[in-house]
Design a protein around this ligand. Structure first.
Ligand SMILES: *Cc1c(COP(=O)(O)O)cnc(C)c1O
Length: 365
């Protein structure tokens, strides 16, 4: 083909998702595998969300409500913000793209940590803008270093709290000091995909900033704590002036009808949320103890996943775990060639993980 592809599109490395269970079982001819690679909810989906989606099934010949009226109202009420501050997305991933489309043009810069969630880089490059990477310091975000990299061309700073893939957090005080150094032409995005799991009282609460007069946008999702990753629904909370810009570049029916119904009901499902958070916290402790018993280094996390130092090639370790029917995530593409990341599963899944881990570890020594 003779297409004239922009160089910035050629510079995008395709996102490599966690391996789906079906694909593993097809390729290896095995059954009963487990997946701890995509930070999904071990308890499944909110039951209230499932009933609401089933009830919404007979209206699928209609376009969804393009304004997402009920979900936006419900979120605004729950979060104590004006409905004009809430933007729905086909997953919070989509809102990252709306932000780069609304705020960036070729040559502009967005600051992010390295590693961070790969979608920030992809969405920045897809509008011809440049990612500026700031290394982590012992797995923590170095906010002073990030502030030092701001220029006239900076349009967005992406923060992720708790951070994927490290599980570390930004404290309230650190962030307040950071904001003093951020000029008003820069939007600060706080991706809170895992905020429901954070237990540390010092953890930054982005909402305290998102409806004020600074250009701060908080991103949240129903994919993790509410177990709705497959239906694709997330949201952003930001000053109305910024939300209005996102609506200009948003597809009119981006939040689908089932997702809107499911998310509305999920917000009423405090039982499911509570069970999820307590299971995740208890199972992380179980996994930490199991790894300590094996003498393996890991990094405690404020999210539903954590990093493990396998002290050998992470890609090979990942492959060996696949053969045991356990899908983990190699961190090689994130710049950690000897780390893997797993999320907390059910007790049974975690026991299987630890048994497989021990076999692979002993085998590769
Ligand atoms: C999982 C995740 C999201 C959520 O993505 P959705 O598109 O809402 O499923 C956002 N940011 C980070 C860092 C994540 O890990």
């Amino acid at each position: 083909m003779k297409l004239r592809i922009p160089d910035y599109i050629k510079s995008i490395k395709p996102y490599k998702p966690g391996k789906p269970i079906e694909e593993l079982e097809r390729e290896y001819g095995i059954h009963g595998s487990i997946k701890l690679a995509s930070n999904e909810n071990p308890l499944g989906s909110s039951p209230k969300a499932i009933s609401a989606m089933q009830a919404a099934m007979d209206k699928l010949h209609r376009y969804p409500d393009g304004s997402g009226y009920y979900l936006v109202e419900k979120l605004a009420g729950k979060l104590g913000v004006d409905p004009g501050c809430v933007v729905l997305g086909n997953g919070s991933d989509e809102i990252i793209g709306m932000l780069t489309r609304a705020l960036m043009q070729p040559g502009d810069e967005a600051i992010m940590t390295e590693p961070s969630f790969l979608m920030y880089e992809i969405m920045v490059r897809s509008v011809g803008a440049e990612p500026v990477f700031v290394p982590l310091k012992s797995l923590f975000v170095d906010l002073d270093d990030m502030a030092a990299r701001i220029t006239d061309r900076t349009r967005i700073i992406f923060l992720n709290n708790p951070a994927n893939p490290t599980g570390t957090i930004i404290s309230k005080d650190e962030f307040a000091r950071f904001m003093e150094q951020v000029p008003e032409h820069v939007a600060v995005v706080i991706d809170e995909a895992y905020i429901e799991f954070a237990a540390d009282p010092d953890c930054l609460d982005g909402l305290a900033w998102a409806a004020g007069d600074r250009a701060v946008a908080v991103l949240r999702t129903f994919s993790k704590a509410y177990g709705l990753a497959g239906i694709r629904i997330g949201y952003g909370v930001m000053p109305g002036e910024l939300a209005e810009l996102l609506h200009r570049v948003r597809q009119p029916f981006n939040a689908n009808a089932l997702a809107q119904a499911g998310a509305c009901a999920a917000l009423d499902d405090d039982d499911f949320l509570g069970q999820t958070v307590s299971l995740v916290r208890a199972e992380l402790e179980f996994l930490y103890a199991g790894l300590e018993h094996l003498g393996v280094n890991y990094f405690p996390s404020e999210a539903n996943f954590f990093l493990i130092d396998v002290q050998s090639d992470a890609e090979a370790f990942f492959e060996a775990m696949l053969r045991q029917g356990v899908i983990v995530r190699s961190m090689a593409s994130y710049g950690y060639p000897e780390y893997i990341r797993i999320n907390a599963g059910t007790r049974e899944e975690n026991q299987r993980f630890l048994a497989a881990f021990e076999r692979v570890m002993k085998h590769s020594i």
